[in-house]
Ligand binder design. Structure first.
Ligand code: UT7
Length: 331
């Protein structure tokens, strides 16, 4: 492909609901323990949205921050892509609802259903639009409100997830800009489509009294099998992106991966042979917010001064599909 322009991350934002649910809170509703959750996952607490909130409400807050951080106004956004597996509705897209809340019209807006790499998929697409000159400022959002679709009788899933939103503005980079999206890779292996799934509510299993009674509208996951595939898929994606840019792990200032399990993050870090001090982790505070984990942690690390202008950051994720992908940036 001929790239006419370069793309960069121009602004970031995040939103986490105020309500905190600790491991101790979970001990009261399901047969689990703080000790099990901490040692098996690294999680201590997670955020839970209010009854009134929907994904678009959280996405809006993160989006407004990211647009402001980029020095822009909502009217400057010319494409909106939302990565989510917990949209406000099956249709229309959450992106169209966010567009309306931002008070803008007549720009394309759509959702990406790519599981946890939803923000990586969205940003990969945004990069193409910016590089070919079709768009100048793309809003990409990872947002999840999974606590409303968890089965609080299934301890294998309900302790793992939390709510939140992260947003970025991906803009055309000027030639004087040091910031760049250097490269991005996305892929999927549909062989494993049923390992992480919300079984009912679509055309395969429409909503009925029976599906509701059987809790088929909640998250089902074969955690063990996904665990084994996670490290391999993220490693392959990181390796591919590094190699095709003639870089190795010593070129990376920060590794920021999907926050699904501390043991997965550690195993990937060891396999990539990266200094553990260069790995960004916030899983203890927010647990797994699916497509929002990376943009939330990116915003947090930029705003607390950890990631600085010019730093090389490698981000990687995997999830329902099974999907995986990476983005390599110079911030
Ligand atoms: O972001 C989307 C992608 N998802 C993931 O990346 C998740 C990947 N998978 C994982 O992170 C891990 O597989 C889990 C955290 C889901 C589970 O950890 P594990 O070390 O693989 O545990 P396990 O499923 O092998 O279960 C071990 C034991 C079982 O008991 P028995 O059969 O050995 O008596 C489970 O019933 O732990 C039990 N267990 C729990 N105990 C207390 C499972 N969940 C819990 C729990 N509290 N919440």
């Amino acid at each position: 492909m001929i790239e006419r322009y370069s793309a960069k991350i121009a602004g970031t934002g995040r939103y986490l609901p105020d309500k905190v649910m600790t491991n101790q809170d979970l001990e009261k509703i399901v047969d689990t323990s703080d000790e099990w959750i901490k040692t098996r996952t690294g999680m201590s607490e997670r955020r839970v949205a209010s009854e009134e909130q929907a994904s678009s409400d959280m996405a809006l807050e993160a989006a407004l921050q990211a647009i402001d951080h980029a020095g822009l106004r909502p009217k400057d956004i010319d494409l909106i892509i939302v990565g989510t597996i917990s949209p406000d509705h099956a249709f229309p897209s959450t992106a169209c609802i966010v567009q309306n809340k931002l008070g803008i019209k007549h720009v394309p807006a759509f959702d990406i259903s790519a599981g946890c790499p939803g923000w990586i998929y969205a940003s990969n697409i945004a990069k193409q639009y910016v590089e070919n000159g079709i768009a100048k400022n793309v809003l990409t959002i990872g947002v999840e409100l999974l606590t409303k679709i968890l089965n609080y009788e299934d301890r294998g899933t309900c302790v793992l997830f939390g709510d939140g939103a992260g947003a970025t503005v991906i803009s055309r980079a000027e030639s004087s800009d040091i910031s760049r999206i250097i490269d991005s890779d996305i892929t999927a292996d549909g062989t494993y489509w049923d390992l992480l799934i919300q079984p009912a509510g679509g055309s395969r299993m429409p909503a009925s009294h029976e599906t509701v009674d059987a809790k088929k509208h909640t998250v089902y996951m074969d955690g063990n099998r996904i665990f084994k595939l996670a490290v391999r898929s993220m490693y392959d994606s990181c390796d591919k992106v590094l190699k095709r840019n003639n870089m190795d792990i010593s070129s990376i200032d920060w590794l920021l991966t999907h926050q699904a399990n501390l043991r997965i993050i550690d195993a990937l870090g060891r396999k990539l042979k990266i200094d553990p001090n260069k790995v960004i982790i916030n899983i203890e505070k927010y647990a797994n917010t699916s497509s929002a984990t990376i943009p939330i942690a990116l915003d947090e690390a930029i705003r607390n001064g950890k990631i600085r202008r010019g730093d090389i950051v490698l981000m990687s994720s995997f999830g329902a599909g099974l999907t995986s992908g990476s983005i390599l940036i110079r911030y």
